[in-house]
Write a protein that binds this ligand. Structure first.
Ligand SMILES: Nc1ncnc2c1ncn2[C@@H]1O[C@H](COP(=O)(O)OP(=O)(O)OP(=O)(O)O)[C@@H](O)[C@H]1O
Length: 221
């Protein structure tokens, strides 16, 4: 790979309660790359994203982010790591009694930004995701596609270096899926690294991307 490696799994085994999900998986993601992880349900795509975000520790192997062995990070370092990454989770939970603007502000407030800074960052994130007009709405008034755009706005509010998107287009119709993928592509063009996991093969248009097929056998990708 010619570009600088930003994210790496080296001979990683992942397991929950002693049950192995995958073994000996190695993969690299270059800075500014758009990578699509795909594979059957249960093969461990979300687990890869959670390992990269420091939300899980591997049973064996190394997780390296920007040259650091993050699998060895302590809790304070992990918190810092999570703030440098925008995580778009499946069924991203929005607080139902708070406006969209408030929901998008939350990760900025959690990152100890001032109220004013969190407020303006949230507005900017909503604008970047093309949904500024939804700011005052409540989550229950949104369509599935709009909710995913809000999840993306929430993932980018802290200006992450990396976006980890878990099933970003699941349950979306073609047009909404295209909008979401185009936005992820725009973040890549702005220099952000994107790793998206999907059980179906999805293809962004107009930006280079790389597919990484995952299987429980692991191996080098
Ligand atoms: N917190 C957990 N505790 C125990 N088992 C888990 C946990 N999270 C995931 N698993 C199991 O680990 C395996 C891999 O899960 P993971 O969610 O990473 O797969 P996936 O490929 O993302 O699946 P999907 O496409 O359904 O999202 C599955 O068998 C799942 O049941």
């Amino acid at each position: 790979m010619t570009e600088e490696t930003l994210l790496e799994l080296r001979n990683v085994t992942a397991a929950y309660d002693g049950r192995t999900v995958f073994e000996n998986l190695s993969l690299t993601v270059g800075r500014g790359e758009f990578v699509l992880l795909h594979g059957n349900t249960g093969c461990g795509k979300s687990t890869v994203l959670r390992l990269l975000a420091g939300l899980e520790r591997p049973a064996a192997g190394e997780i390296i982010v920007a040259g650091d062995r993050v699998d060895r990070f302590n809790e304070v370092q992990r918190r810092w790591l999570r703030r440098s990454m925008g995580l778009m989770v499946q069924e991203g939970l929005l607080l139902d009694d708070r406006s969209i603007h408030d929901n998008v502000m939350l990760p900025a407030l959690a990152a100890e930004e001032s109220f004013g800074e969190a407020r303006s960052r949230a507005l900017l994130a909503l604008e970047k995701c093309g949904i500024a007009e939804l700011a005052t709405q409540l989550p229950r008034h949104l369509s599935a596609g709009q909710r995913q755009l809000v999840n993306l706005a929430r993932a980018v509010v802290n200006r992450p270096v990396v976006i980890l998107a878990d099933e970003p287009v699941a349950h979306l119709d073609k047009s909404n899926a295209r909008t979401l993928l185009d936005l992820l592509g725009a973040f890549v063009e702005a220099g952000v690294t994107v790793v998206a996991a999907s059980h179906e093969r999805i293809a962004p248009q107009g930006v280079p991307f790389r597919e990484i097929p995952l299987s429980t056998r692991g191996g080098r990708v």
